[in-house]
Design a protein around this ligand. Structure first.
Ligand code: GLC
Length: 393
């Protein structure tokens, strides 16, 4: 089976244009809108063989940026009935998602050397990162907060169960009901983020902040390419500050844990988030070795036969087919692949690529997969499988 060809096909088939804006929907039947980190994944893959489509994807994503710099995590280009919770400004959500934008933009530049594109998109992207390190960090702790689980991209992950006061065996639909209450608390274009955190949901998430560090470093390259010294200094400085704060507040027993509340209480739930800091070079080599032993090569925790579990088998909340409560998802696979590569764990990185290929061959471009059986679940014609094309050395 030609997985490469199928990957390109799914991106092509899911491409849409509305009011002159071109974007890719993650799945035509289940996710018929534009999503923030999905668009970044699409652009990263498209950058190597269809850079014009990658540029269009980023332009459409940035076109709905809020005045305060926030980029919404969903854009409802076409009116529809799915997912339209009352949670936003007209036509968008009022939440954001893991900030992969600088990474995607740099991939496009790397492949095209198109300075005009970079210059055009730069003011919006630097405004987005400035928003994250200021408004999402009202106490100046050098950690960005998320105000809803959906902002992590892992909507019902059991990392957040204790914060939401829910039980390990909560159903997918009951979880949505809990989050809907949060959506209504978060409506509006200029929320008082600080108050919302205190009242509703106050989490510093490990993948979100790891992704932020990596993207700030890339933003520094972009700023330097455009000879913006102030921007370069801003990005480098905050990447360093966040790395230090993450090590200080999140590291415990050799791995990083997300935190909640004013005391940075660690959310001791074992999830794939332990691997996310590899993506931003946050572990020492010694720590990374121990992490691999404890979790990558350990079937009792995160390593399933068919891939990396999003939640450890040791957790009471673990469900092999439970959306973000256990299954393999291919964006985490991609982040883990990139992290392993960066640390020189070439064999393990190749394993992730091979597992990804085997899943796609067995079950197709599904949304998530049972780590014990390889069975595909959730949305069909889902684009994240295309990230396999970017699992290259
Ligand atoms: C689901 C995922 C989220 C993704 C969206 C669109 O809500 O949890 O991460 O962005 O689908 O694919």
């Amino acid at each position: 089976m030609d997985i490469e060809m199928l990957a390109r096909e799914v991106l092509q088939k899911n491409r849409r244009t509305t009011s002159g804006f071109q974007y890719t929907v993650p799945s035509p039947s289940t996710y018929p809108y534009q999503w923030l980190w999905d668009s970044c994944f699409h652009a990263i893959v498209l950058a190597s063989y269809d850079p014009d489509a990658a540029k269009a994807e980023m332009h459409s994503l940035m076109s709905k940026q809020f005045q305060n710099g926030m980029v919404p995590h969903m854009i409802y280009w076409e009116p529809g009935e799915l997912h339209v919770y009352e949670w936003g400004v007209i036509g968008t959500s009022a939440l954001t998602q893991p900030p992969m934008i600088a990474y995607a933009v740099w991939e496009i530049f790397r492949h095209t050397q198109d300075l005009e594109f970079l210059t055009q998109i730069y003011p919006g992207i630097i405004a987005f990162y400035r928003y994250l390190v200021t408004e999402r960090d009202p106490r100046g702790a050098n950690l960005a907060s998320i105000i809803n689980p959906d902002e992590s991209g892992e909507d019902n992950s059991s990392r957040f169960d204790s914060v939401l006061g829910i039980k390990p065996d909560i159903s997918y639909w009951d979880h949505i009901e809990v989050r809907k209450k949060l959506y209504s608390a978060n409506i509006g274009e200029h929320p008082d983020v600080s108050a919302r955190m205190r009242q509703h949901f106050w989490v510093k998430d490990v993948p979100f902040n790891s992704i932020l560090v990596k993207n700030l470093r890339i933003l520094a390259h972009i700023a330097s390419t455009l000879q913006d010294e102030v921007g370069e200094h801003f990005a480098t400085q905050h990447a360093g500050l966040i790395k230090a704060a993450m090590r200080e507040k999140m590291l415990d027993k050799g791995v990083f844990w997300s935190t909640t509340g004013s005391e940075y209480t660690k959310l001791h739930v074992e999830t794939w988030a332990h691997f996310a800091p590899l993506f931003a070079d946050l572990y020492t080599h010694e720590e990374a070795d121990a992490l691999l032993k404890e979790h990558f090569h350990n079937d009792l925790t995160l390593r399933g036969e068919w891939g990396i579990r999003t939640v450890s088998r040791r957790e009471e909340s673990y469900r092999p087919d439970g959306f973000w409560r256990g299954p393999v998802w291919l964006a985490p696979h991609w982040f883990i692949y990139k992290g392993l590569q960066a640390y020189g764990f070439v064999e393990e990185a190749n394993e992730i690529r091979e597992l990804t290929r085997k899943l796609l061959e067995k079950s197709g471009f599904r949304e998530y997969f049972n780590p014990e059986t390889g069975e595909g679940c959730g949305a069909e014609e889902f684009t994240w499988g295309a990230l396999y094309l970017d699992m290259v050395d």
